[in-house]
Design a protein around this ligand. Sequence first.
Ligand code: GLN
Length: 236
Amino acid sequence: MPIVGVLALQGSFNEHIAALRRLGVKGVEIRKPEQLLNVASLIIPGGESTTMAKLADLHNLFPALREFVRMGKPVWGTCAGLIFLANKATGQKTGGQELVGGLDCTVHRNFFGSQLQSFEAELSIPELVSTEGGPETFRGVFIRAPAILEVGPDVQVLAHCPVSSNSSLDSDSSGEGKEEKSSESKVIVAVRQGNLLATAFHPELTSDNRWHSYFLKMAGDVEESSASTAADIVDN
Ligand code: GLN
């Protein structure tokens, strides 16, 4: 079973490693660019994306993370990790925030409000249930969570979350994103684009391992197809 890297600069990396362990898979902490050479796939956990970005910059991790994504290696971003993977981030205090990018979407930081507006919601995720079985819904834990406002044509939407009309929503002073919030009754909270998976919520904070299992299968498929492409190149 290949080793999964978990970016361990800040945030809920221990919880991801514990979830992987429950599935019999070894997760290793990644803090330096060269450590990415030893792992086949990567999880970028939730936490605080501006702090995580500052630490990633300090450790010179951005070029290696971008190369990891560009090479088509499987990467899953949860919450702040989703923000890291997005091509564009809007919302409060996003100015100048460095992103890894690769995921063709626009994400809005702190979309649902502050820490006090954190919540849990039962999400309908047909793709997860058809692959992993189990209950019809997944309990999403949203902590100062982002939401995805726009996706490109290659992005598969896996889950939406309803937006309550009376929720007190955070916004940047420019009002950016406000229109989308008031006119939408649901927003995108989970997507997949080829080797990239992203969730606005925290599966690692629940005892339901289906997202981790889904990512491991996805990683296995991506690795298998790149191995067969390499074999084709050698054969021809
Ligand atoms: N709001 C946080 C950010 O912008 C993300 C929250 C989380 O990862 N739980 O980085």
